[in-house]
Design a protein around this ligand. Structure first.
Ligand code: SAH
Length: 217
């Protein structure tokens, strides 16, 4: 595993201050981001970019989300200790590590096999043991539902009904909704078994939520 040096810690502190200045107020979220070495999740050639507020490629046409976006989605999710949380789009595993730092019971699903395997081995090496799943997150994980929180980290053309069905009453889902030109961050709150309240929270750009699974490229 890579080292987390004083230099990395210093750069990370500056990045978190920047994110705070951009409007993130949740101290728990900021604290979790201060603790997780983001550079562990990036290829070595991108090391110097690990502590700038930008998304970066992680291979297979995918990206590690921008730190501000990770903070924003996590803040909007409002997780509570021991919540059962589903993350769709494990990707690098960075967002998963932040959620684990917040003390949730995490289920994370990825459709691209190499990313699934890489994230699983890295997170386990770092001491995080969420429940990892290789599969199509559009379908969620019905066998493990209901979830108190669902976070989707890829842009969805529409809100998948399966995910709404798997949300507990009183639960929250944060999902970017839109096409490849951009998405609107959408909070779906489940009011009762048949009713949801949707609110929008600004514009973002994610890689698309894709159907089916991908074994290799
Ligand atoms: N949370 C990630 C963000 C990765 S980008 C991180 O912190 O790095 C989005 C990820 O969603 C990609 O890895 C992509 O392969 C995955 N993805 C896209 N469609 C999916 C689907 N239907 N099911 C599961 N994962 C999906």
């Amino acid at each position: 595993m890579q080292q987390d040096t004083y230099k990395h810690k210093g750069l990370r502190k500056r990045l978190i201050e920047e994110i705070e200045s951009k409007g993130i107020t949740d101290k728990q979220v900021l604290g979790a981001m201060l603790r997780v070495p983001r550079h562990f999740f990036m290829e070595s050639s991108f090391l110097k970019f690990a502590y700038s507020d930008q998304a970066f490629p992680i291979g297979y046409g995918q990206t590690i989300s921008q730190p501000f976006t990770v903070a924003f989605q996590t803040q909007l999710l409002q997780v509570e200790h021991m919540n059962k949380v589903l993350e769709v789009g494990t990707g690098s595993g960075y967002q998963a590590a932040i959620l684990m730092e917040l003390g949730v019971r995490l289920f994370t699903i990825e459709r691209q096999r190499e990313l699934y395997l890489n994230a699983k081995s890295l997170l386990e090496e770092m001491g995080y043991h969420p429940s990892f799943h290789f599969g199509d997150g559009y379908k969620g994980l019905p066998g493990y539902s209901p979830f108190d929180r669902i976070i989707v980290t890829a842009g969805a053309p529409t809100i998948p009904d399966e995910l709404v069905d798997q949300l507990a009453v009183g639960g929250r889902m944060v999902i970017p909704v839109g096409d490849e030109n951009g998405q609107v961050m959408t909070l779906v709150e489940k009011i009762s078994s048949t009713e949801v309240r949707k609110t929008t929270h600004g514009n973002f750009i994610f890689v698309p939520l894709l159907k089916g699974v991908e074994k290799s490229k």
